[in-house]
Design a protein around this ligand. Structure first.
Ligand SMILES: C[S@@+](CC[C@H](N)C(=O)[O-])C[C@H]1O[C@@H](n2cnc3c(N)ncnc32)[C@H](O)[C@@H]1O
Length: 380
């Protein structure tokens, strides 16, 4: 486990009108409180803001909220027009891209806004973000300072949560919460909708996220689904989606590291697809450092399958196209875990980035295939 600094209750300090000031620092992506903070308003130019932010000076905004949004966009344009380092291989392209994303997040995260204890924003033309903040942060408690970039993410997540994501395979909408993996790329859900069910008695769903796969299995007729997660936000989100769909009597959402106790005739898992370090805690559903969850699922699967049962692993081969994992490694991992492959169902992603040839990872994304591996334990 990597230790994250206690940024939840850290403070940010600055001097304003000759007085020392301080407020709680909020950063869901684990950024430490900035050491240098200067108070700015609408009179700052985008060039000056960009320069200071790049040098590590945070800008606490006291001007008009909408102008702060425009300033953030202007800073982003200055970052995005800088030429990118050419990469000699897909792995290098991936590493450069991750460095670029992390540097971009750091610089744009330097434009800060004040939040009152009730999550009102004491700025001209500021929107009401109380509900959005309460959903993402829980109770407000004390005045705080947050980056505008994070706040826009919180507002966006609130909109997604309200409107939900259409899941054609389910015929209903799923409502993701802030920080919870959103099933916007529906192809993998379709694979779970189409794979032949080995039994309708019981299924485990490992890493429930929004609860989309658990809901789908229940809708397909599985009488009892036990879905696990470790992330409190995912657990709350899955419970809410399951209740909204009227499936609470058949789907249990439980906190567990990987498997619940016992065995099931069907165990489904959609682990994070890329074996790489997450840049922030919010990325833990996308990046699986050292394939911890993937290996944990495979190595524990045989002990959690009933005789004749199936494990369904959902995994994209993007990591293979990026040179982060090989197919031979994956097949050897199945074998070492005592698993046989019964069948594999494939689908091609249809999301817009797969077709965006300006994306630095375009070649890998265009070749990506997502698979549902049907696995059985060798000794049953
Ligand atoms: C890629 S998301 C998949 C979510 C959902 N099943 C879906 O398909 O949309 C992976 C999920 O696994 C959860 N997770 C990561 N490590 C876990 C562990 N050791 N035990 C249980 N859940 C875990 C994450 O919190 C995240 O919600």
């Amino acid at each position: 486990m990597t230790l994250q600094p206690d940024t939840k209750h850290a403070a940010v300090n600055w001097t304003e009108a000759g007085e020392s000031r301080s407020a709680r620092w909020r950063s869901e992506n684990g950024a430490p409180p900035p050491r240098r903070v200067t108070v700015v308003d609408d009179t700052i130019t985008a060039d000056a803001a960009y320069r200071q932010a790049s040098e590590g000076t945070a800008l606490l905004w006291r001007g008009d909220f909408q102008n702060a949004r425009q300033l953030l966009q202007a800073m982003a344009r200055r970052i995005d027009r800088k030429p990118r380092k050419p990469a000699a291989s897909p792995t290098e392209a991936f590493n450069f891209h991750r460095q670029y994303q992390s540097q971009r997040a750091r610089t744009l995260g330097m434009l800060l806004l004040p939040l009152e204890a009730d999550f009102s924003i004491p700025l001209r033309r500021a929107p009401d973000v109380k509900q959005a903040c309460a959903e993402a942060y829980g109770a407000g408690e004390v005045p705080s300072v947050v980056s505008l970039r994070e706040l826009l993410g919180v507002i966006g997540a609130h909109e997604w949560r309200k409107s939900g994501v259409d899941i054609p395979a389910l015929g209903v909408r799923i409502h993701p919460h802030y920080g919870v993996f959103s099933p916007v790329r529906g192809e993998y859900v379709q694979l779970v909708a189409e794979a032949p069910l080995p039994s309708t008695a019981l299924a485990f769903d490992i890493g429930a996220g929004t609860g989309v796969l658990a809901a789908l299995l229940a809708r397909r007729g599985v009488n009892h689904v036990i879905a696990t997660d470790q992330d409190p936000r995912a657990l709350a989100c899955a419970r809410q989606n399951i209740a909204r769909l009227g499936l609470a009597g058949r789907v249990e959402i439980v906190e567990a590291d990987l498997f619940p106790p016992g065995r099931a005739p069907l165990v489904v898992c959609n682990p994070p697809w890329l074996p790489a370090r997450a840049n922030s805690p919010l990325e833990h559903a996308i990046y699986d450092p050292d394939s911890r969850m993937l290996k944990g699922f495979l190595n524990g699967l045989a002990a959690h399958l009933e005789p004749g049962g199936e494990g369904w692993l959902i995994l994209s081969d993007l990591a293979e196209h990026l040179g982060l994992r090989t197919r031979a490694w994956l097949l050897a991992a199945f074998d070492a875990a005592g698993l046989n492959v019964v069948a594999r169902m494939d689908t091609k992603p249809t999301h817009p980035r797969a077709a965006d040839d300006t994306d630095p990872l375009h070649a890998a994304r265009a070749a990506e295939v997502t698979s549902l591996w049907r696995l059985t334990a060798r000794n049953t």
